[in-house]
Design a protein around this ligand. Structure first.
Ligand SMILES: Cc1cc2nc3c(=O)[nH]c(=O)nc-3n(C[C@H](O)[C@H](O)[C@H](O)COP(=O)(O)OP(=O)(O)OC[C@H]3O[C@@H](n4cnc5c(N)ncnc54)[C@H](O)[C@@H]3O)c2cc1C
Length: 453
């Protein structure tokens, strides 16, 4: 379908990551005419850069692995992780509609068998999906069903007719929308200005995520009085090398496999099993805003090549993993004052063996789950990592049907939002895999809500 300047479609979707592609595919499948606008010259956004972990409960993969999980436990873990700040109405809708996401991944044949426990989870719930296959599948289905996909077409402003949103303005051509506009513009990880406004203590994190993710959707919706949720809780993710390029992320959480984290003085500063968002904040206040993931050959052997967050081979290939035959040699290599790392490791090993209580309360590998291992089997390794602003999980306030709500809670007629541009799900912290799950579930939900009228 070609779309000319001033042309009218049923629905405009703004932003071509996972949420936008899911909404576009489903709208087209409902028989609605839809135009997907993408600011960059290619689709994908943060979704295409991501690790591909989806948090899902009570799946066939979990059942095969003997993991007992349920929608109720998923919601309870989210509420707990979010420190009571998450909107439970949104979480229940997420759990109710999860089947739509599972069906989309099924149709895309994008599952892998990888399943793990990660930040915020009490059971293994992070499912690794071939995210690029899923995105390509959704795009193909959307185009086949007649959707117009318009790259290099940034939306600049929403058009309000006095009662509802009826289109968008863009330098590349205005468009009218009969049934609604869906904002799927991602977060604001690339806007230093917005980070300084909302979370100034996080603004020094390494900017990451889709290069087009500058908070455009937030600004457009604010102009119409949209409310915000969770925005002050946004935090960077610990675990990326300072020299990482946009082409390939280098996130590693060896701490969830047994590593300890030490600062440039060789001192521990946190419970390493905490969420990498909480650790991200802690690392920003360490000297040089960095921390080493220090581990031994036992943890090194737990590496999973090709599996995001656990792939030490790739980090080594990139020349970013230091190693040494002894802890003393490692601390010398890292520039840590002599004896400090040896002392820290000695104390940690005593707490692992139960001879002393851990000074930071660490009792498990991740989120309190998993048996701790001492750092004792040579050779020894260290990965120097910083906090990266990969995603900003606070954003617009929405109702469970994805309609954007005003500061006073009333809906903004004709305006819907899904994905990272939306807040309310996570509260104070973040469970691994919930950003992609929410983008997929609520991209589809926005389409269904519009189709329901
Ligand atoms: C390195 C990395 C690893 C990650 N790993 C995971 C993971 O394993 N699991 C997980 O759950 N989450 C992960 N995340 C977070 C997750 O990827 C994102 O939250 C999610 O992909 C957001 O999807 P989205 O569709 O909302 O936005 P995006 O995929 O970012 O898409 C938004 C799109 O909107 C476009 N856009 C912006 N403004 C405009 C405009 N004005 N007009 C038109 N287009 C516009 C952008 O260019 C972009 O293409 C990761 C993020 C990163 C960066």
């Amino acid at each position: 379908m070609t779309v000319q300047h001033g042309r009218r479609v049923d629905v405009i979707v703004v932003g071509g990551g996972l949420a936008g592609l899911a909404a576009t595919q489903r709208l087209a499948a409902h028989g609605l005419s839809v135009a997907l606008l993408e600011k960059r010259d290619r689709l994908g956004g943060s979704s295409a850069m991501s690790g591909g972990w989806f948090a899902l409960s009570d799946t066939a993969i979990q059942r095969r692995a003997g993991v007992e999980d349920s929608a109720a436990l998923f919601v309870a873990d989210m509420v707990e992780t979010g420190g009571g700040f998450a909107d439970e109405g949104l979480l229940h809708r997420l759990a109710e509609r999860q089947a739509h996401a599972v069906a989309a991944i099924d149709r895309a044949a994008a599952w892998t068998d990888e399943l793990k426990v990660s930040a915020g989870m009490t059971v293994a719930r992070a499912h690794l999906v071939r995210i690029r296959d899923l995105l390509a599948f959704l795009e193909h289905e959307a185009v086949t069903a007649g959707a117009a996909i318009l790259p290099s077409h940034a939306a600049d402003e929403l058009v309000w007719d006095g009662t509802r949103v009826v289109g968008i303005r863009s330098e590349n051509g205005d468009l009218d929308a009969r049934a609604g506009v869906v904002l799927t513009t991602g977060g604001f990880s690339r806007s230093r200005e917005l980070l300084e406004l909302f979370v100034p203590d996080q603004a020094t994190a390494m900017p990451y995520g889709g290069i087009g993710n500058a908070g455009d959707g937030l600004r457009m919706a604010w102009m119409l009085g949209a409310g915000l949720a969770d925005i002050g809780h946004v935090s960077g993710t610990y675990g990326q090398h300072a020299d990482t390029t946009d082409d390939e992320h280098e996130l590693l959480t060896a701490n969830y496999l047994g590593a300890i984290l030490v600062n440039a003085h060789g001192e521990r500063f946190a419970d390493e099993s905490e969420s990498y968002k909480i650790l991200g904040s802690a690392v920003l206040s360490q000297p040089g805003r960095m921390a080493f993931q220090v581990f031994d050959s036992v943890v090194r052997a737990r590496s999973k090549p090709g599996v995001p967050l656990a792939d030490m081979e790739r980090i080594e290939e990139l020349g970013h993993l230091a190693s040494a035959p002894t802890i003393a040699a490692l601390e010398h290599t890292l520039g840590i004052p002599a004896g400090r790392l040896e002392h820290t490791v000695g104390q940690y090993n005593e707490s692992v063996s139960g001879r002393r209580a851990d000074g930071f309360g660490r009792t498990g590998l991740v989120n309190g789950v998993g048996t701790l291992v001492p750092v004792e089997a040579a050779p020894f390794y260290a990965y120097p990592a910083v906090t990266a602003m990969t995603s900003t999980y606070g954003g617009l306030s929405v109702a469970p049907d994805t309609s954007v709500t005003r500061v006073d809670g009333r809906p903004i007629n004709g305006l819907f939002a899904a994905g990272e541009v939306v807040g309310g799900f996570h509260g104070a912290s973040y469970m691994t895999g919930t950003a992609l799950t929410k983008a997929l579930v609520f991209g589809l939900e926005a389409a269904d809500a519009i189709a329901r009228g």
